[in-house]
Design a protein around this ligand. Structure first.
Ligand code: MN
Length: 398
């Protein structure tokens, strides 16, 4: 089992001026945090949490559930310490719902009312229990789910990061199946969009990126009363890898029977194929003298070095080009960022670029047209990129 597509999106909604949600899309690690507190405190709390997920690598070697526990405890401590060091931030807190995919297993850790769902066979299954007032009442049977949805205090949570030196984290692990889709979201989605509509949107979207965008749009259409954040990832089977591995082996065997579907057969055939390999050499008959052999090796070595040299030259040129190119984009928090490099990801999570300048300007402060023209991924000099961003900063940043 492996990770398939993944996507994330956040939006301030239609009522709130600030976006206090944050998310982490750092496969195989995913998280959503919904901050709360006066002034900018909610943003700080949820961003401290997202940062802990990206930076706290001391937990990397722990088993999945302990790893999530450790990261969340670290985030809790950072928020708690900050809240006590600076009165502007006293009382701030955040929810967090995180998922870690290891092999075929998805481990969830959570505090508060941001939720994790699994979508399998067209059904939406809530994996987390809300740590909220209405969640408690519902579990004890005093409220129906419908009453809970409409309850005036539905956003009051009973557990959060940052309020105590230690926090009680719920963890659970479930075995994924190929095709399983996982959704992490803040309550800005679930209070605005009904389960069936979420399912319909997920079903209709061609990619998870489209799905994330459409879910946010639906929350805004439904009222957009809160910040809304969604993170999606899919678990897939390994068949692709096995097929491409199996095909050349079967071909080399040359028995033409084409039992490539039977992986076990192919794998047991592996040894006999490896053994008679020298027979495939086109000129095997005359026994070669040691010197001739040595010359052949020298020639091969020369060719290999030549190819390596050429590759190094290409890479060097590419790196030089990349180091001088800049483009304008936005980071996961929605800030406009000037990146050094080129807008490509080698693999999920390793891009050929790094942030050089993070603006206070939020991408959401721009109109759709402005975003289209600013985020055109055109490669420019750093000064040119700064000038392009400055135009909008002057208008939007107070
Ligand atoms: Mn919220």
């Amino acid at each position: 089992m492996r990770l398939g597509e993944s996507a994330g999106r956040t939006h301030p909604g239609k009522v709130r001026r600030r976006n206090e949600d944050s998310y982490v899309l750092d496969p195989p690690l995913f998280a959503v945090a919904d901050g709360m507190g006066g002034a900018q405190a909610g943003e700080v709390a949820s961003r401290l949490t997202a940062a802990a997920f990206r930076e706290f690598h001391e937990a990397d070697r722990l088993p999945p559930d302990e790893r999530l526990q450790a990261i969340i405890q670290e985030a809790n401590r950072r928020i708690y310490d900050r809240a006590h060091a600076d009165s502007d931030f006293s009382g701030m807190g955040t929810t967090v719902t995180a998922a870690l995919l290891t092999g075929g297993r998805v481990t969830i850790g959570h505090v508060g009312d941001s939720r994790a769902y699994r979508i399998r066979n067209g059904e939406l299954e809530q994996l987390t229990d809300d740590h909220s007032l209405v969640g408690d009442l519902m579990r004890s049977g005093r409220l129906t789910p419908e009453e809970a949805d409409a309850h005036p205090q539905r956003s009051v949570i009973t557990r959060a990061l940052g309020t105590d030196p230690d926090v009680d984290v719920d963890t659970l692990a479930i075995e994924g199946e190929p095709g399983d889709l996982f959704l992490l979201c803040s309550d800005g989605l679930t209070t605005m969009v009904a389960d069936d509509d979420i399912l319909g949107i997920l079903d209709a979207a061609p990619t998870l990126d489209d799905a994330a965008r459409a879910l946010v749009r639906a929350a805004n259409t439904g009222g957009g009363e809160d910040n809304v954040t969604v993170v999606l990832f899919r678990v897939e089977g390994d068949e692709h890898v096995e097929e491409t591995l199996a095909a050349p082996l079967a071909a080399a065997e040359g028995n033409g029977q084409g039992d490539t579907n039977d992986l076990e057969d192919t794998l047991t055939d592996l040894q006999p194929v490896a053994a008679p390999a020298p027979a495939l050499d086109p000129s095997p008959s005359p026994p070669r003298s040691p010197r001739r052999k040595r010359r052949r090796w020298a020639r091969r070595l020369f060719v290999v070095l030549l190819v390596l040299g050429f590759v190094a030259l290409l890479l060097g040129g590419a790196l030089y080009g990349i180091s001088r190119a800049y483009f304008v984009g936005a980071d996961e928090q929605g800030n406009v960022v000037i990146y050094q490099g080129v807008p490509f990801d080698l693999t999920e999570g390793t891009g050929l670029y790094r942030a050089r300048y993070v603006s206070r300007l939020q991408a959401s402060q721009l109109s759709e047209e402005e975003r289209a023209s600013l985020f055109d991924h055109e490669l420019v000099s750093y000064d040119r990129a700064r000038a392009r961003v400055a135009v909008y900063e002057a208008e939007a940043v107070p």
